[in-house]
Design a protein around this ligand. Structure first.
Ligand SMILES: O=c1ccn([C@H]2C[C@H](O)[C@@H](CO)O2)c(=O)[nH]1
Length: 140
């Protein structure tokens, strides 16, 4: 339920996480705050790598931090990038978000100008491949 979500607090924590971004190659810092169904908030930043392909996004790092703390269900996700164009999660991250969030979950982006934009997860990733498909497989 969107009205129970403290978006201002998620924005504050996502912005703080972006300050820790390790982005020497892209110079594109990203911070993310995720709200778990426990009510706890977890954060992540992007961590780049000289191989480029070894880079992990802020979204996946935030979700991984929550999972290692025992979380499995999430209610909301906030992305922070210090740029005027509000940034939605990348394709790989959308898939990882779909693993743990209900399709109608709100995903927001915010910036240093305190602007925000909201999408529903199933708008960002329609017809998602979810764990339920794995249960329906038969032998070849
Ligand atoms: O949703 C996104 C999109 C990009 N990045 C990171 C990956 C890379 O470090 C930099 C540029 O793509 O931003 C994220 O963390 N999240």
């Amino acid at each position: 339920m969107s009205h129970d979500i403290s978006w201002a607090e998620l924005a504050r924590q996502a912005r703080q996480a972006a300050e820790q971004a390790y982005a020497p190659y892209s110079k594109f810092p990203v911070g993310v705050a995720v709200l778990a169904s426990s009510g706890r908030i977890y954060t992540g930043c992007n961590v780049e790598n000289a191989s480029y392909g070894g880079t992990t996004c802020a979204e996946r790092n935030a979700i991984a931090a929550a999972v290692v703390a025992g979380e499995r269900q999430f209610l909301a996700l906030m992305v922070y990038t210090p740029q005027t164009q509000l940034t939605p999660p990348c394709g790989i991250c959308r898939q990882v978000i779909a693993e743990f969030y209900a399709p109608d979950s709100p995903v927001r982006s915010c910036n240093h100008l305190e602007q925000q934009q909201e999408w529903r997860l199933d708008e960002l990733l329609p017809s998602a491949f979810t764990p339920t498909y794995l249960a329906n497989s038969s032998k070849i």
